[in-house]
Design a protein around this ligand. Structure first.
Ligand code: C2E
Ligand code: MG
Ligand code: MG
Length: 753
């Protein structure tokens, strides 16, 4: 078997093993929960054969009274005759009715499943039937029966029995019948469950042995309860043992392993304490004829409710063409790039942290390509993979000796360097890495050299856990991305506070979404030629129970990061449509502007739902102005493009918000046709005091007009700014000069603001 086949076989077998363990545990738990506790009732049910629920035998502990005994015998006969749980309840109805109770009602789905028979009883006027739906506690109160007995207390699927009137003195006591039926019911449920569990665990072990055979793996299991290490046939074969050779005890098994290779077996004697092996390890072992074999193996502790064992898998690699070292490398590396995988990184990081001291710390660098998703989306996965491979090669060139380079998946790379004296040294190394990655690369299939930037977060530590270090490096990476990407950030304690603040903000947004804590305020947009109110922009606010009304700067970024913005935007849009309808009803013909995040547009359901609401509520799609950011257009994915297309198809206009804060390039106008442009307040502020700013804005306005776009200036605070803009031919303006964001009712509708 080749090395990579060995790796994937090991992986497959491990997965099968884990699945099997889960199936056994689940089946065990299922039976454990529902097994009847016969001691709870004053009647006991015994059954010899789990698969034959018809052979029930009911015995009373104290069958003192003759009528009780008769009733029990009668009940017993009925239960013995029935083989289906569903029939039980009905049998009981008949029984109780025969005992002289005036009306009997069997409650629950069981009754519904056997309607026809029950209808006969109902026709006789003996049975009250409520067909077609589940009977609730309220129904019972309304019908006020004289007794309601739950046949199996607490069991969600057990029938209940309601009885009206009193029985003649000779009749059996209702509770006796109920208890007998309850016990029988439970025994039936238990037999069905036990049979199911049995089937499942047989299925699971078949699945497991099949998987092992396919993978060419042997398996062993150490069970302290039996004191032996059970070897499967395949492992016996590998070791040259015959079927007659007894399973070894733990010590004998351990002694067969080469003394230098026993490390991973530490702690196996106590399955609960055995950590298992996170990556396959090689070990040498003596076979029956004394020759040494080399196995690649791994072990996991497996616990079910009834037992706790250590299960091991081995692959015989002695005959392989490769050296053991090479096999281990294959088993432990990321198959795409050849770098270490997560399991190996975890082990090495834990070792490095164990050995670390203040002057000899561990640096963890998390490195992530900027906008890698876009590469995959637009250039395809093959090019994406080629890029990742080249990144790995460049990182290997840049990494210092002793460093572990790993890929955790996607474009997430990690460099772990032990023995670091100063944080700056790690920062210099990381900067060098992202500088090397920035250099153009030639990728197969791409005619042009490809340039890709990356960001890195660094944490350096000598104490604490690997998880702590990961978390810190992750916060630093977040900072690097947030700071504009293509940079390195080193963790500092302020980041923890920031992370904490983000956490609080996230909690706020979640709570607001749950408790109706979002609000919309409206800011007027006026036509600069007439000064008339022509539109209003919907701006979200969060009504926090502690902080009061919060502006978007306190929560929108976090909502973006966590993806909650999709829900926020969806909520705002619902409010926008509602308001639009109200205004239309009142004869107010305003356009409404709303902000929509790139994340939201990426969500395929968003625009679709919007189109549906517009259609079903009769709102005018043409009154909608959707404001998107430059970022959205730069990252334009297929799904975003589809959403924007859908917005246009309902008549909504799509425009660019905050122009001037980002790249400020109109080059992406080719990517998607835009209807309007909003010039950011940073361009508007210097108007009237800077000729240069005026020249820029004027050029911008004519450029936008040449593209057929309506131009709105944001943040207009002074008459002077408004006048300059008007002279330049700017179409619309929004800002404190014309009105702050207010509740809908406070907008100066129908009059000059
Ligand atoms: P934006 O869409 O550019 O909205 C304009 C922002 O400028 C608003 O801030 C507004 O209150 C403020 N503003 C307007 N006129 C003036 C002025 O004359 N002077 C000054 N100093 N400020 C002015 P706000 O409401 O805090 O919103 C900030 C940003 O939050 C918005 O910028 C928008 O990007 C985002 N946002 C607001 N609501 C939503 C929403 O429902 N969804 C999404 N995704 N983002 C939203
Ligand atoms: Mg806006
Ligand atoms: Mg804006």
């Amino acid at each position: 078997m080749s090395g990579s086949a060995a790796t994937s076989a090991t992986r497959r077998a491990r997965r099968a093993l884990e699945r099997a363990a889960a199936a056994v545990a689940e089946a065990d738990a299922a039976v454990g929960d529902r097994r009847p506790r016969l001691a709870d009732v004053d009647l006991a049910v015994t059954h010899d054969d789990l698969d034959a629920p018809g052979t029930l035998e009911v015995t009373t502990r104290a069958a003192a009274q003759h009528d009780t005994a008769t009733a029990v015998l009668r009940a017993q006969r009925r239960f013995n005759e029935c083989t289906e749980t569903a029939v039980l309840g009905e049998e009981l109805v008949v029984e109780v009715h025969a005992a002289g109770y005036q009306r009997v009602l069997l409650l629950e789905t069981v009754a519904r499943s056997r309607h026809r028979e029950l209808e006969v009883l109902a026709a006789r006027g003996d049975l009250l039937l409520v067909p077609g739906r589940r009977i609730t506690g309220n129904d019972l109160t309304r019908m006020s029966p004289s007794a309601v007995v739950e046949l199996v207390p607490g069991h969600p699927r057990a029938p209940r029995l309601a009885v009206w009137g009193t029985a003649g003195t000779a009749g059996p006591r209702l509770e006796v019948l109920a208890a007998a039926a309850g016990a029988a019911w439970r025994a039936l449920v238990a037999s069905a469950e036990a049979a199911r569990a049995d089937r499942e665990s047989t299925g699971a072990s078949l699945l497991l042995s099949g998987a092992l055979r396919l993978a060419g793996l042997g398996s062993w299991a150490w069970d302290p309860a039996t004191g032996v290490v059970t070897l499967d046939d395949r492992l016996r074969e590998m070791l040259g043992m015959s079927a007659a050779d007894p399973d070894p005890d733990l010590e004998t098994w351990r002694l067969r392993i080469h003394p230098d290779d026993r490390g991973p077996f530490t702690g196996v004697e106590d399955p609960a304490a055995h950590a298992g092996t996170s990556a396959p390890y090689p070990f040498r072992i003596a076979s029956a004829d004394g020759t040494e074999r080399t196995f690649l193996g791994m072990s996991v502790p497996l616990a079910t409710t009834s037992s706790s064992v250590v299960q091991g898998l081995v692959l015989d690699v002695s005959a392989g063409e490769k050296s053991t070292g090479e096999l281990v490398r294959l088993a432990q590396c990321d198959s795409l790039t050849g770098l270490a995988n997560r399991a190996v990184l975890d082990v090495r990081l834990a070792e490095a942290l164990d050995a670390a001291s203040p002057g000899n710390a561990v640096a963890l660098v998390l490195l992530d390509l900027d906008r890698f998703k876009l590469v995959n989306d637009t250039l395809g996965h093959q090019i994406g993979d080629a890029l990742l491979r080249q990144v790995a090669v460049r990182l290997e060139d840049a990494a210092p000796p002793g460093a572990t380079l790993a890929r955790l998946g996607g474009d997430e790379f990690v460099v772990m360097v032990p023995g670091v004296g100063r944080v700056e040294a790690a920062a210099i190394m990381a900067r060098d890495m992202i500088r090397r990655l920035r250099a153009p690369m030639l990728l197969p299939g791409l005619p042009e050299p490809f340039v890709c930037t990356s960001s890195a977060g660094i944490a350096v530590g000598h104490e604490g856990t690997a998880d702590d270090l990961f978390r810190s490096a992750d916060m630093a990476l977040y900072r690097a991305k947030d700071g504009g990407r293509d940079r390195v950030a080193v963790y500092d304690t302020a980041m923890r506070e920031e992370a904490q603040a983000r956490h609080v903000a996230e909690h706020r947004v979640r709570r607001a979404l749950r408790t109706d804590g979002l609000r919309v305020v409206w800011q007027p947009i006026v036509d600069l030629r007439s000064d008339q109110l022509v539109a209003a922009e919907a701006l979200v606010r969060l009504d926090d129970p502690v902080e009061g009304i919060l502006e978007p700067k306190h929560f929108v970024d976090t909502a973006e990061d966590t993806g909650l913005i999709v829900d926020v935007d969806t909520w705002v849009l619902g409010e926008v449509l509602r308001q639009l309808r109200e205004w239309r009803r009142d004869g107010v013909g305003l356009q409404v502007s709303f902000n929509v995040s790139g994340k939201t547009l990426e969500h395929p359901a968003f625009a679709h739902r919007l189109a549906h609401s517009v259609e079903s509520t009769g709102a005018a799609g043409s009154s909608l102005l959707a404001e998107v950011t430059e970022r959205t257009l730069i990252d334009l994915s297929t799904s975003t493009r589809a959403s924007l297309g859908e917005l246009r198809s309902i008549g909504a206009r799509v425009g660019l918000d905050d122009f001037g804060t980002g790249y400020s390039s109109l080059s992406y106008l080719d990517r998607f046709p835009l209807s309007f442009l909003k010039i950011d307040m940073s361009f508007v502020r210097p108007l009237g005091s800077s000729d240069r700013a005026e020249a820029v804005v004027e050029a911008l306005i004519s450029l936008a007009h040449a593209h057929g776009m309506v131009v709105t200036a944001e943040g207009v605070e002074t008459e002077l700014q408004a006048r300059v803009l008007r002279e330049m031919g700017c179409d619309r303006a929004q800002g404190w000069l014309f009105g702050r964001p207010v509740a809908a009712g406070l907008l100066p509708l129908g009059s000059r603001p």
